[in-house]
Design a protein around this ligand. Structure first.
Ligand SMILES: [Ca+2]
Length: 532
């Protein structure tokens, strides 16, 4: 099963051509343009169209008219009308570049549904071209089928073109600031100018939503907290908004597993997972490999302590300590950086043994600013001033959303409950802090809803129903005032074994869970959202 953190990296694309070569490419592309377009493109600003769309303009000429021009500091380097295919109806893709290495694309369907989604990134971002996250046709992250349903979309590489797990961009202060919080507002200005030109007056009244998962969820919360007027709605899935504590937890896990005898083999992790499911799967009323009541699951790895010779079916004291470290809350530097614990469920080698590359990049390039150090040897308490600086730049934990609310903004939070990259308790804690800071439950219910997906890993995957459209419910909320929770939102399993039927489940608003009430266990209609 792929995850956004572990399988995205195509080594052959690592460190694409950097700034100087790209400028040459850019010039070369300009030469192929019409002379008028090049002149206009050099003028800067939002000048009159070089090739003004006319009443007779076709979708093709409207798309081509963007090439080589300048919008709000961005230069358009590509404008291509993509014909309708099985994957998507006809759309225009416009690619823009801004200094230093900030790229973005805007996809505009010829038959637009009057809705626009800015798709967030993930990991350490970069790689607009890889498509996995930014491309609504290929991405398994976020609301599905945006391209087939007529949504316009915006995406960016967040300021650099390095690999998703390569943190070395962070040695460049400007690139780090773009990654942290600047990229989205910077590219939104030209992107909106492009959309306005393509769709005319109807764009002015259309709603604009940001949706992202993981790093993209953090980016969404950055907008709601720091740029509350930019978006009408934000969908933040599994947000990496407590970014620094999260990565300090990765380091804590790495240090624990490196202790003598403390490593956990895939077989041992399977033993732990099997014990958890034997104990807790049925607590929600159905043995379906989905733990829908993690709150009711009490599990301590010491229950698996070896009583005789060590086998794959038991844990030594050092291994018990390692397993406990996974579940335990984290407190670094006397409580300066705290991170909640993890609920039981989803224990697997894929989930537990894949933290190191991003964690190492964080310690090396963001904290130490030195790529040659050993990440496990760094003592965070010796870097408090640097980490504080990173917290103020990157973390998005401010619960005060009063400006976003006053602007009419709506927020949907979502998390998988077997997410071992970002504990689901992180989203729960943030939601509860928002409720407390914004006038209590009734007041918060008017502009924020929080959903939890049992059995779903980080953004996708797991045994649960990981595929769910939240863009549709968000736009209904914004356009018609219909709260998402007043309808049944159905999630389905994205990937199933050959011959199996994908399970569907109602997506329940926190603190509810889908309770089995009888019938086909693969059908959402056999479940009712119930408060524990
Ligand atoms: Ca169950």
């Amino acid at each position: 099963m792929s995850t956004p953190f572990t399988t995205l990296i195509d080594p052959s694309r690592s460190h694409r051509a950097k700034r100087a070569p790209r400028k040459l490419q850019w010039t070369a592309a300009g030469v192929t343009l019409s002379f008028v377009a090049v002149i206009s493109g050099c003028g800067g600003g939002d000048s009159a169209p070089a090739v003004p769309p006319t009443a007779q303009a076709t979708a093709e000429s409207r798309c081509a008219a963007f090439l080589g021009r300048s919008f709000e500091g961005a230069t358009i380097t590509r404008a291509t009308l993509v014909p309708a295919s099985a994957a998507a109806p006809e759309y225009c893709i416009v690619r823009g570049e801004m200094p230093q290495d900030l790229d973005f694309d805007v996809r505009m369907p010829t038959e637009w549904n009057h809705r626009t989604v800015f798709r967030g990134g993930g990991g350490f971002d970069g790689y607009l071209d890889i498509g996995y996250i930014s491309d609504p046709i290929t991405s398994p992250i976020g609301s599905p089928d945006l391209a087939t349903r007529g949504y316009a979309t915006i995406a960016t590489n967040h300021g650099h073109g390095m690999a998703l797990s390569d943190g070395s961009f962070a040695l460049d202060t400007e690139m780090l600031a773009e990654y942290a919080y600047l990229a989205v507002p910077r590219v939104l200005a030209p992107a909106k100018a492009i959309l306005r030109e393509r769709y005319g007056d109807s764009f002015a009244t259309a709603k604009l939503v940001f949706e992202g998962c993981s790093g993209g969820g953090r980016q969404g919360l950055i907008q709601a907290q720091r740029f509350p007027d930019l978006f009408d709605g934000v969908i933040a899935r599994a947000p990496a908004n407590a970014f620094n504590p999260q990565f300090l937890w990765y380091q804590k896990i790495g240090k624990q597993l490196a202790k003598p005898g403390a490593a956990l083999s895939p077989a041992k992790i399977k033993t732990i997972g099997d014990a958890v499911y034997a104990k807790c799967d049925g607590l929600d009323g159905l043995n379906d490999k989905i733990i829908s009541r993690p709150d009711a699951c009490q599990f301590d790895p010491v229950e698996l302590a070896c009583t005789g010779a060590e086998t794959d079916s038991c844990l030594t004291p050092a291994q018990v300590e390692s397993a406990r470290t996974f579940y335990a809350p984290t407190s670094i530097a006397n409580g300066r950086y705290v991170w909640p614990g993890f609920p039981a469920g989803g224990e697997s080698a894929a989930n537990w043994l894949s933290l190191s590359s991003l964690g190492d990049g964080y310690i090396k390039y963001m904290v130490a600013q030195n790529g040659s150090i050993d990440p496990l040897q760094l003592d965070p308490t010796q870097y408090v001033s640097r980490i504080d600086q990173l917290v103020s730049m990157i973390d998005a934990v401010n619960p005060d959303l009063s400006r976003f609310n006053a602007h009419g903004g709506k927020l949907i939070l979502w998390t998988g409950q077997t997410d071992w990259k970002i504990t689901p308790n992180n989203a729960t804690n943030y939601y509860q802090s928002v409720v407390q800071a914004n006038g209590g439950q009734a007041a918060a219910d008017e502009f924020v809803e929080y959903y939890t997906a049992p059995g779903v890993n980080h953004c996708e995957g797991g045994t649960g129903a990981d595929k769910v459209d939240l863009a549709g419910p968000m736009f209904e909320w914004l356009e018609k005032g219909v709260k998402p929770s007043t309808s049944t939102i159905v999630a389905t399993q994205r990937t199933v074994a050959a011959g199996a039927t994908p399970a569907s489940r109602p997506l329940c608003k926190y603190p509810q869970y889908p309770k089995y009430v009888g019938g086909d266990a693969n059908l959402a209609s056999s479940f009712v959202c119930t408060t524990p």
